[in-house]
Design a protein around this ligand. Structure first.
Ligand code: SF4
Length: 229
């Protein structure tokens, strides 16, 4: 597993739990607005942190910390992700997985082996605009498969969208609402552009009123939408 960064203690990423966050290196998307270029662009990768160091830390903190989160980058690209989840589960931690939904096979295995307690999947936009927003050609069938899999079998989950002016409008939100209809939890948030995968990518943030309107649109599809951040 290629670990690009570690946040030993977070109270905000996995609601209700003290969490260690493992940031994996590498992503198969190139969302222009992505604020983690150092985890996405190979030329910006730092020397990876050995998993054994992280595991030793988790062994020592057993009983003091509640959970471990895998985020990235795209964690499901790590070929030993499930092995590492098994090791961490054996210590008694809860596990949260962040994913872009391109690897439903890995997500399915993690769910069926009870390796994951919470899944957060990014829904980039409507199926029609996925390639443009992700910055690469995307297998949309895999995205739909992950959405349905997570809705129907994840122990707990959320979908979420980072909103970008010019990508997301009312029509787009209608389509996203339909795509994730009946979802238990959906968060929308404005992007931050301090550092981005596409250099100097910047858009004006959407107004609070627009975000409220977007949530109302998505709610028509029986989706529990909230604004984050
Ligand atoms: S925002 Fe996009 S490019 Fe960045 S880690 Fe997530 S899926 Fe990858």
């Amino acid at each position: 597993m290629k670990i690009g960064a570690l946040d030993k203690f977070s109270l905000i990423d996995y609601s209700g739990y003290t969490t260690t966050i493992i940031f994996t290196q590498g992503c198969n998307f190139r969302c222009p607005f992505c604020h983690n270029p150092e985890l996405v662009l190979p030329e910006q990768f730092e020397e990876p942190i050995p998993f054994k160091n992280v595991f030793e830390f988790l062994k020592k903190r057993k009983g003091l910390l509640d959970a471990v989160e895998f985020t990235g980058g795209e964690p499901t690209l790590q070929i030993d992700l499930l092995d590492k989840m098994r090791d961490i589960k054996a210590l008694g931690y809860k596990i949260k997985l962040d994913t872009n939904g391109t690897n439903p096979e890995v997500v399915r295995k993690a769910i069926s082996e009870n390796l994951v307690d919470y899944i957060a999947m990014d829904v980039k936009g409507s199926i029609e605009r996925y390639d443009e927003i992700a910055g690469v050609p995307v297998n949309k069938e895999k995205i739909k498969e992950s959405i349905n899999l997570i809705k129907n079998s994840a122990p707990d989950y959320e979908f979420r969208t980072t909103l970008i002016r010019g990508f997301h409008d009312e029509t787009e939100m209608e389509k996203i609402g339909k795509l994730i209809s009946n979802a238990k939890r959906y968060y929308i948030q404005n992007a931050h552009f301090d550092k981005t995968v596409k250099p100097n990518f910047k858009r004006h943030p959407l107004t609070k009123e627009t975000l409220i309107k977007f949530c109302e649109i998505v709610k028509k599809f029986n989706v529990n939408c909230e604004i984050r951040g």
